[in-house]
Design a protein around this ligand. Structure first.
Ligand code: 13P
Ligand code: SF4
Length: 336
């Protein structure tokens, strides 16, 4: 299966790179088709990687499709915790990551020791861990969540106290919608944490009609300014469906490629930087990975089994509770 999602890209330096990479893209698709490799790519990947992907999505969409595919091999264009999640949910598949050093910095903050320490302090609390965590952290958690379902997951746990890790910003966002006591860990994503009210205001002065769309990993001050707060794929749906025609985007700047290709005719402006780990994946590394089988995700089976439980729990809850990957300013204000 090869779904071409990219329809149009802005005429910037990246499209020139894209033209130069066409041979490599064709070669990679040929190998992947011959070997039956299923290629997943996160929304933050660069446009040339979109071209070779079978599916582009947010963390939840990618985790679900990694679990559902019947391909023997999954090649994951993203960061470590995403490839690990694919392996945990589909342990019989071979999962390859083109650069094993593509490590989400937040996923390595507030790990399993922090979870156990907080659990010691709050023995009645349930542990909700964001998928942006290591396998060891997931293994000591009650349930996982992503940016698309964090509120619904927290509401689903049978405890009035919830230890939420590692993202303090996502924890603060979730606490706006629940009566439960949220006990946050001190982690954060450097890309989102660095977005400032000043940079958003400066962009707003240049584009006064633009709506502000933020990712829930942003600081509370940015959430307060936003017209809508969404997961990365939620942003695509929101921007396509709303009547506004220009948007200031508060998430990793690579998201603009997805938005421009999926929502042609509207304008997008970024106030965020680049996620360096995400950009470690290149066409050259992908080709090598396919040719040599390098970059295989290998996890200890007991640890995988322990980490599968909270992930599976998340997937089950997501089936029964409709997750809303986007909330508007009004809904956020009302805590709905
Ligand atoms: P999404 O699940 O919204 O794609 O977010 C993943 C991520 O790492 C954001 O920084
Ligand atoms: Fe991790 Fe932040 Fe990169 Fe997302 S943007 S993968 S949270 S470092």
């Amino acid at each position: 299966m090869f779904i071409t999602i990219v329809k149009a890209l802005s005429p910037d330096k990246s499209s020139q790179d894209l033209a130069e990479s066409q041979d490599l893209i064709r070669e990679i698709r040929d190998i992947a088709n011959r070997q039956g490799v299923f290629i997943l790519a996160h929304n933050y990947q660069p446009p040339e990687i979109y071209q070779i992907a079978d599916l582009i999505g947010d963390s939840l969409e990618l985790a679900r499709s990694a679990q559902e595919t019947d391909a023997d091999t999954i090649l994951f264009c993203g960061v470590d915790f995403m490839a690990d999640t694919a392996k945990i949910l589909n342990p019989d598949a071979k999962v390859l990551i083109p650069d094993p050093q593509a490590k989400c910095t937040m996923a390595h903050m507030a790990g399993e020791q922090a979870a156990l320490q907080l659990k010691n302090q709050y023995p009645d609390a349930k542990v909700v861990s964001y998928v942006n965590t290591t396998t060891a952290t997931k293994a000591v958690s009650d349930i996982c969540c992503t940016s698309a379902n964090a509120i619904e997951i927290v509401e689903s746990v049978d405890s009035d106290q919830v230890i939420f890790l590692p993202d303090r910003n996502l924890a603060a966002y979730v606490s706006r919608f629940t009566g439960k006591e949220i006990i946050p860990a001190p982690g954060y994503c450097y890309v989102h944490d660095e977005i400032t009210p000043q940079s958003v205001t400066a962009m707003q002065m240049l584009h006064p009609d633009a709506e502000i769309i933020a990712h829930p990993e942003c600081r509370p001050t940015i959430i307060d300014m936003a017209d809508a707060v969404c997961s990365t794929s939620g942003m695509t749906r929101y921007c396509r469906d709303t009547s506004a025609s220009s948007f200031i985007i508060g998430t990793e700047s690579g998201m603009l490629h997805r938005l421009r290709s999926e929502v042609p005719g509207k304008k997008f402006f970024s106030v965020a930087g680049v996620c360096e780990p995400m950009k470690r994946v290149t066409l050259e590394k992908i080709k090598k990975c396919l040719q040599t089988g390098s970059g295989e995700v290998l996890l200890e089976s007991k640890l995988m089994d322990a980490a599968r439980r909270p992930l599976q729990q998340m997937i089950e809850v997501s089936k029964s509770r409709q997750s809303r990957s986007c909330r508007t300013r009004d809904e956020i204000r009302k805590g709905l």
